[in-house]
Design a protein around this ligand. Structure first.
Ligand code: PNW
Length: 483
């Protein structure tokens, strides 16, 4: 057989797995941790499938050695995890006491990872705002207070771990915090205009205010890192944005084709345009008018140019159909329908356990290219990519562990990423699979599993690797060029 050129990845490509504090740690009341908005939200009946919470989760707070052993078994080079702000500053604020035990826990974990040869990537904020800051001043609804408190927390953390940690992510998916937390209320703190779901919230404005505050807080943390730590520690810092690929519902209809760009602009460019271009997307300004906060010169100076890398979370694709009516006041999508089938009834990909997730690997390559073109070929770190499996929670164990659906997802998506690198000139340099472990899947509770490792919640959180755990390493072994 003749040799066919195969796509590849650079020899220094960093890969591993991702998790988040509230989804895995448990130990919610131990060693001085204060409650986050998720602890409070989980107590409201009906908010979490199965009525669960992160009180115990995977109990990773007590099982860091088991998690590190799993990472080694998978041959992972890196691990992305998040810090629980309220474990470090239980009340959260800049004048509130610091919890030494919280800092020591993470310091030890970072040391243990490095001893095991695994590179840590740290997320400062993966949705678990200290509850007190929500109660005190509305969290990110209050820009001045929130930015000052986040900046204080960020500085403390850079000081405590900075010399050992070279990769920092300020915020995970500000779209989710803003829209799911303050527009439709499905995530903590549950604000929405829908009074059947929440006594508080204004879905015409709050998500835009929150998104703005998160961007400014990101910019403030980046400035602190660059001014006070970067020279000494030599690390990198960026934000992680989520976003799916968009295909037209009817490719013959120019309105649907145009709506695809608008969909990505409302989901991703909302945050990425201020960072790379110093302004909100025109499509958003046009639809939202003065409901979108305006940039002061001070704030945009913090935000513009504030990414050392683009953190990309990506799961799936959708079909997009333009609406022909005037946009609703609570619309966050860009006046369009987000669909799982096209005009001819062809589905975007196979069903999973997550209603919003139907995989289409080619969409990953296309979105990598779209982002690269729009933002000038930035260095991209894929900070999450993965899938749930339809019916997984109800399968007999041997069937569950043989998760070929997930293994195939990773093979297809990682190959699509290698094509983007090799054939499209996309500067992608890292990839973290979601997730190392089955864990607390937010409003879906424990019924939806995303892990390459099975966690037996009934039996002492016992961990058993699934087929996909080994698969990812094999794929990277094939694709990464030998140094
Ligand atoms: C991401 N959506 O969340 C998060 O970063 C993880 O914490 C989470 O476990 C993972 O993806 C799997 O869901 C998302 O509704 C949650 O489009 C919901 C959506 C997207 C991302």
């Amino acid at each position: 057989m003749g040799s066919i050129e195969q796509s590849n990845l650079p020899s220094d490509f960093l890969w591993g797995f991702a998790t988040a504090a509230y989804q895995i740690e448990g130990a919610a009341k131990e060693d001085g941790r204060g409650p986050s908005i998720w602890d409070t939200f989980c107590k409201i009946p009906g908010k979490i499938a199965g009525g669960g919470s992160g009180d115990v989760a995977c109990d990773s707070y007590h099982r860091t050695h088991e998690d590190i052993a799993l990472l080694k078994e998978c041959n992972a080079k890196a691990y992305r995890f998040s810090l629980s702000w309220s474990r470090i500053i239980p009340l959260g604020g800049r004048n509130d006491p610091v919890n030494k035990k919280g800092i020591e826990f993470y310091q030890k974990f970072v040391d243990d990872l490095i001893d095991a040869g695994i590179t840590p990537l740290i997320t400062l904020f993966h949705w678990d705002l200290p509850d007190e800051l929500d109660k005190r001043y509305g969290g990110p609804l209050n820009k001045e207070e929130f930015v000052a408190d986040f900046a204080n927390y960020a500085r403390l953390v850079f000081e405590a771990f900075g010399s050992k940690v070279k990769y920092w992510i300020t915020f995970n998916e500000p779209w989710c915090s803003s829209v799911l937390g303050y527009n439709n209320g499905s995530f903590a703190p549950g604000h929405t205009s829908d009074r059947t779901k929440s006594p508080v919230g204004d879905s015409s404005t709050e998500q835009w205010i929150v998104g703005h505050s998160l961007l400014v807080a990101h910019g403030a943390a980046v400035k602190i890192y660059r001014d006070e730590f970067k020279q000494r520690d030599g690390g990198e810092i960026g934000i992680t944005l989520n976003g799916d690929w968009a295909e037209p519902w009817d490719p013959e209809n120019p309105a649907d084709v145009e709506a695809c760009d608008r969909k990505i602009e409302f989901a991703i460019s909302w945050f990425a345009d201020p960072i790379y271009h110093g302004k909100y997307p025109d499509s958003m300004v046009k639809q939202l008018g003065d409901r979108l906060p305006t940039w002061t010169p001070e704030d945009i100076a913090l935000v513009k140019g504030s990414n050392d890398f683009y953190g990309m979370n990506h799961y799936c694709a959708n079909f997009i159909r333009a609406k022909t009516t005037e946009p609703e006041l609570n619309d966050v999508a860009g006046n369009l329908d987000i669909l799982l089938e096209d005009k001819n009834g062809v589905s975007v990909g196979p069903a999973t356990q997550s209603p919003w997730l139907q995989p289409s690997a080619i969409g990953f390559r296309k979105l990598l290219k779209w982002l690269s073109e729009r933002y000038g070929y930035p260095k991209i770190y894929v900070t999450e990519n993965g899938t749930s499996v339809l019916g997984e929670n109800d399968m007999p164990l041997d069937e569950l562990l043989n998760d070929e659906f997930r293994a195939k997802y990773f093979r297809d998506y990682i190959s699509a990423m290698a094509d983007a690198y090799t054939l499209d000139g996309v500067n992608v340099r890292a990839y973290m699979a979601w997730s190392l472990l089955d864990n607390f899947e937010w409003a879906e509770g424990y019924e939806t599993r995303f892990g390459v490792t099975y966690v037996d919640y009934e039996n002492d959180q016992k961990r058993i690797p699934k087929k996909s755990a080994k698969e990812i390493g094999k794929v990277f072994d094939r694709l990464i060029q030998k140094a």
